[in-house]
Design a protein around this ligand. Structure first.
Ligand code: NAP
Length: 283
């Protein structure tokens, strides 16, 4: 079994981003990411702090807009519009989840597609579907980078994705299809899940249930990618895969923590520098 080390691969991506940042700074452009956080969700605060820290590390300027829970949809939309119009801001992200009295879809759709560094806007989702997406959703894009780094060719492989969310499962399936994988996407209504997952050469688990993927669901020699971020019965961080048992069967496996999560942040940095280039170096 080979561990796919998110620490090493995300550092590799970050070094590439640093080189690009230096390059565009030399042309007088300072890449800038605006991060909006509404309310005081503890996990969201941790994610936002981590994103800001990584911005500092790679040399991207970060702006934080921390708004109170009581913020109205109109106020949030106003901020998004202001950031859309600000030429010195290249990326905008609104940390999810946002409070229930605000329509998440309306906010995500209001972010200008060229500044949508999470790539959640329908325009960017459409580009991913067509196969010409420049801004790719960070988690699936990070997984593709992991596969590439490890020399795992997706073409011709049976790929199974468990989960069909707009953030992970669906775009993951699209990127695997674009890489010529033969892709099956499962959801909570899927019948005989284990029969399907056992055929996977590449298995991606994006379910949100601790240790959901057990060894009997995995083919000998499969590549197993664990997107889950959960807590086990002892409150310890764990993924969707029963790592200890599955690692005995997998040819490659990502750990949690230390796997996909680190890639997500690295790809956000890459998207921000890409967005800055797109907005400034046209033609
Ligand atoms: P989500 O929106 O809750 O989607 C979960 C998906 O799993 C749904 O499509 C659901 O099916 C499916 N599912 C649930 N039970 C199932 C079952 N018994 N059999 C087959 N499929 C089942 O979650 P998400 O946003 O995609 O996130 C998934 C996990 O990844 C979470 O743990 C999240 O915290 C983590 N995550 C990690 C990162 C990272 O950077 N590492 C980024 C994003 C998310 P239905 O559609 O039928 O309900």
């Amino acid at each position: 079994m080979k561990l796919i080390d998110g620490k090493i691969i995300s550092e590799h991506i970050k070094q590439q981003v640093i080189a690009q940042v230096n390059d565009i700074k030399a042309q007088g452009i300072e890449p800038c990411l605006a991060v909006i956080i509404v309310g005081d969700d503890f996990a969201s605060r941790t994610y936002v702090n981590n994103k800001k820290k990584t911005c500092d590390y790679v040399g991207i300027k970060s702006l934080e807009y921390a708004l109170p829970e009581s913020t109205t949809q109109e106020e949030l939309l106003e901020l998004v519009e202001k950031l859309n119009a600000d030429k010195s801001v290249h990326g905008i992200l609104c940390q999810l989840p946002i409070p229930k009295h605000i329509d998440e879809k309306i906010i995500l759709n209001a972010i200008a597609p060229e500044k949508d560094v999470d790539a959640f806007h329908p325009v960017n989702a459409g580009h991913i579907m067509i196969g010409d997406g420049v801004l790719r959703p960070c988690t699936p894009a990070g997984i593709m980078e992991m596969l590439k780094y490890e020399g795992i060719d997706v073409a011709g492989k049976n790929c199974v994705v468990i989960g069909r969310s707009n953030i992970v499962g669906k775009p993951m399936a699209m990127l695997l299809i674009n890489a010529s994988g033969t892709v099956t996407v499962c959801n909570s209504k899927t019948q005989n899940l284990a029969e399907i997952t056992k055929k996977a050469d590449i298995l991606v688990a994006a379910v949100g249930k601790a240790k959901f993927v057990t060894a009997d669901m995995v083919k000998e020699g499969a590549v197993v990618i664990d997107v889950g971020m959960n807590r086990d019965e002892d409150g310890k961080r764990c993924g969707d895969v029963d790592f200890e048992a599955v690692k005995e069967k997998a040819s490659h496996i990502t750990p949690v923590p230390g796997g996909v999560g680190l890639m997500t942040v690295a790809m956000l940095m890459e998207n921000t520098v890409t967005a800055a280039k797109m907005q400034n170096l046209k033609g």
